[in-house]
Design a protein around this ligand. Sequence first.
Ligand code: GBH
Length: 512
Amino acid sequence: MLSKGVVSLLTACLALVAGSTLGAATAGTHRRHLRLPRAGAVNQFPDGFMLGAATASYQIEGGWDADGKGENIWDRMFHEHPEYGTNGDNGDVACDSYHKYAEDVQALKNLNANVYRFSISWARILPNGDTDVINQAGLDYYNSLIDLLLENGIQPLVTMYHWDLPQSLQYIGGWPNPILADYFVEYARVLFENFGDRVKFWITFNEPAAVVSGYASVGRAAPSLPAPGIGDYLAAHTIIKAHARVYHLYQEQYKASQQGYVGITLNSAWNEPATNSTEDIEAAERARQFEVGIYAHPIFSEEGDYPPVMRQRVDANSAAEGRPRSRLPSFTSEEVAYIRGTSDFFGVNHYSSVLSTSGETGTIPSKEHDAGVISYSFDSYPQAASSWLQVIPWGFRKLLNWIAAEYPEYPIIVTENGYSDWGELDDKNRTDYYTSYLAEMLKAINTDGNNVIGYTAWSLLDNLEWTDGFAIKFGLYQVDFNDPERPRTAKDSVQTMAQIYASKELPIEYFE
Ligand code: GBH
C-alpha cells in the first residue's frame, strides 16, 4: 500500500517538521518534543514550522450516505430539523470533497501549504460506530487523500473527531455515556492501524467545548439535547477520559513503530477583563478556566484534575440546588494521574476576543451560571460576518502567552484561525485579518519566546458553517454551491498567503 516514493517523502516531511529535535524525543517526556529552533528575525517562521489550512469532514465532504457511510448526528439533526440550518442548508453534498479531494490537494499546493488539517468521518469508516462493520470505501477514501497529500509534500494533520458522532452511538446516549470512551478507543485503533504508517500528527478531539454544547441546548449543535449544566459536564468527563485512553493506546502500541504525535484541540477566545478591577480580572480568568481549563487542566497542568475554581463553584451550586451530588463528575486519583500529561502538543483554535465581567447569567443549572461571567463584545473593532467574530489581533498574542504560562513547555499548534465574510473574491478584510493575526503570533513566538510549531488557517474552502449554513464564508477558496461541480476559485487572500507560506516570513510592513 505504501510506495517507496511516499515513504521517502514522508521522511522528508517529518524532518521538515520536527527539524533535528525529532531524534531527541525520548520515551516518558511529553514536553520536549518538537521544539523548533529560534528564528533569525521577528517576522520569520522558525525552521520546520507547519503552515497550511484546515477543514472538517461534515463541513466539506458531502457523500453523506455514499458507499456504505453510516448516518451521523449532524445528518440526523438537519434531516429532522431543516429549520435549524440557515436556509435549510445541510452537509449532504457540501463541497463534495468526497469526490473532489484531488482539487482540494491542488488548492493546498497552490497555497504552498506544507500541512493539511482535515478530519475523519467516524461513520464513513465505522457505519455503526463499532468495529462490527469496517467500511472499505471509507478507508479507501482517506488512503487516497493521505497518499495524494504526501505525494505533494503536504503533511496530514488528522482530527479523529470533529463533531460527527455516528447516530448509532447517540442511540445509547452519546458522550454523556462513559461507554463511549470504549468505542472511541476502538475507532482510534482502526485509524492507527490503517493510516498511522503515514499520519504522524493526530488530534483526538476538535473543541470538546463545542461537542458538549450539543448536550446543553436545542438547535445549535447536534444532538441538540437540552441538559445544560449536567449533560455537558458528563460529556466532557467522557471525552477527557477517551482522549487519555487513546493517547495511552498510541504510546503503548504504536509510538515505537509509527513515531507520531497525539494531541487535542481546544477553542478559546481571549477573555479581556472589562476593567482593571480585581473582580473583573478574576472573572476573565474564571471564563478561561471554564472554557479551556475544564479540558486543559486535567490534561496539561502539573496537578491534573478539573480547575479548582470549577470544582468549588459547581460543587457549591449543586449543593445550593439541593442535589445529593455535584453535577461535575469526579476523577479518582488514579484517573487524575492517568490523564495528566496525555498530549504531545496543545492544539488551539482562536478567532476573537471578548470583554468579561463578573455577574449572574445563564439558566440554573448551566455552565454559564456556574462560571458567573458576563462576556460582551468590544465597541471599536471590525466585525466579521459571524456575530461572535471581531478582529482583535492583540488578543491572539495574549492567549498564546496565557497558554504557555499556564501549561508550560507544551508545543502549541494553532489548528484554526480565520475570518468570515459573505463571499467576495476580493477579500481584503480576510487578508488583513490573517496578516495582523500572524504578526501577533510571530511576536508570541519570536519576541515572547513561545514554542508554536504550526498554523492551519480556517478554512481552505468555503464550507458548511454548521447551523449558519453556506451563507457565512471562511474559505481561502470560494466554492460555488449552486454548481453541481462545486468549482473552487482562489480568493485574493490566497495570493498573499501563498507568498507568506513560500517565503516563510511575514513582510515586515505588517508589524505596524
Ligand atoms: C470552529 O469553531 C470550528 O472548529 C469550525 O468547525 C468552525 O467552522 C469554525 O470554528 C468557524 O466557526 O457564544 O454565540 O458567541 C468555532 C467555535 C464559534 C465556539 C463561536 C464559540 C461562540 C458563539 N466557536 N462560538 S457565541
